[in-house]
Design a protein around this ligand. Structure first.
Ligand code: ZN
Length: 120
């Protein structure tokens, strides 16, 4: 089974000390995007560059399915800003690569954890 976790930790470390953000494909390709905020506590991505990256991946035969962002100095738990985004985008999965592991989150009727892989 292919596992994206090693590539996600690598992307987190390459973006350090800032937050990293990027795309993950069905076949576990991790495609980092530029965090235009250049911040350790938030990220901003250009929609046009996101679209271009997705088209590039599709052109190479990959299927982009989700995004990740990193928390370089904190656990993979949603920040206040992340929780607001999740509330505003019900049923959308958020993947966070934190200092201590990788976790998925979704807001349906309330915030739910989709599980966590602790960094071993
Ligand atoms: Zn976050």
């Amino acid at each position: 089974m292919t596992d994206a976790s090693a590539a996600l930790y690598e992307a987190r470390d390459e973006a350090y000390p800032n937050e990293g953000v990027g795309i993950v494909t069905v076949d576990c390709i991790v495609y980092p995007l530029i965090n235009q905020a250049r911040s350790a506590t938030r990220f901003v991505v250009n929609e046009k560059l996101v679209h271009e990256a997705q088209q590039e991946l599709i052109g190479q035969g990959h299927i982009p399915v989700t995004f990740y962002h990193t928390h370089p100095a904190s656990p993979p738990s949603p920040s206040a800003r992340d929780e607001l985004w999740l509330q505003e985008h019900p049923n959308q999965v958020m993947m966070i690569v934190g200092k201590t592991g990788i976790a998925g989150w979704v807001h349906t009727d309330r915030l739910h954890s989709l599980g966590k892989i602790s960094k071993g």
